[in-house]
Design a protein around this ligand. Structure first.
Ligand code: MLT
Length: 241
């Protein structure tokens, strides 16, 4: 079973992802926010890569059941209902709602992977469910890190490393890992003792602290704190029934 890790979606052609099994990882913060929204009862997340598309898609849906969420430069987009902090996506606000979601990197990576056979969204917050899904499927997988501005993101790579470490605990499955996967495992070994310190050191973590969103960081590294598995089902991101 091959596991390939790509540290950014920039140079990945969307057709090369067609019919593949894909896990998108965006620890800060798209994966965490999407999982939190669905765990709190959101009906579905509709990822879109541009603000223009978000406005267009929401125009076709009924106002009281739809919210627009996401960010640019980490901050709420003008005219949107919600920003990108997982703490905003409470049950009171999101229950039963369709959320049109546009974030700078995470939403773009999900959109790029939309022709996948299986498309999952994962992070530290749902890592055990992700690992079980991959183990049970027992087919080749691509792990696509959303990263920041198409560059390498430490927190995504460390999360991928932890995912691989947990997968490899199963001694009867042999994984063939690409260089990105091997590098992720090494990074996880280096940083695993203090994940909060790791995200505070990472570029995007530092940026979120700068803009006053430090409280999101512990939420994003809390292992298995949001035990749901967001998946693409009929073109939107949902939980399986
Ligand atoms: C993204 O998709 O780029 C991130 O989720 C950015 C953020 O932390 O808001």
């Amino acid at each position: 079973m091959n596991i390939e890790v790509y540290f950014s979606s920039q140079n990945v052609d969307e057709l090369s992802l067609r019919d593949k099994n894909i896990l998108v990882v965006d620890v800060l913060r798209a994966s965490t926010t999407i999982a939190t929204a669905l765990a709190n009862g959101a009906k579905e997340i509709i990822p879109v890569d541009t603000i223009e598309k978000a406005v267009k898609v929401s125009g076709n849906l009924y106002g009281d059941v739809v919210l627009r969420g996401g960010e640019r430069q980490g901050k709420i987009i003008e005219g949107f209902n919600l920003g990108n902090s997982p703490s905003e996506y409470t049950e009171e606000i999101v229950k039963g709602k369709s959320i049109i979601y546009s974030s700078t990197n995470g939403a773009g990576a999900i959109v790029k992977a939309r022709y996948a056979k299986n498309l999952l969204i994962g992070g530290f917050i749902n890592i055990s469910l992700v690992v079980n899904f991959i183990k049970n499927l027992n087919e080749d997988f691509i792990i696509l890190c959303a990263s920041k501005n198409y560059l390498f993101s430490l927190e995504d790579a460390v999360c991928v490393g932890m995912t691989l470490e947990k997968l490899c605990e199963e001694k009867n499955i042999v994984y063939k890992l690409n260089d990105g996967a091997i590098a992720s495992q090494s990074l996880y070994k280096t940083y695993k003792r203090n994940l909060l310190k790791m995200v505070k050191t990472a570029n995007h973590g530092k940026y979120l602290i700068e803009i006053g969103m430090e409280n999101d960081l512990p939420l994003c590294v809390a292992i298995d704190s949001v035990p749901v598995l967001p998946m693409q089902i009929s073109n939107t991101i949902k939980l399986q029934n």
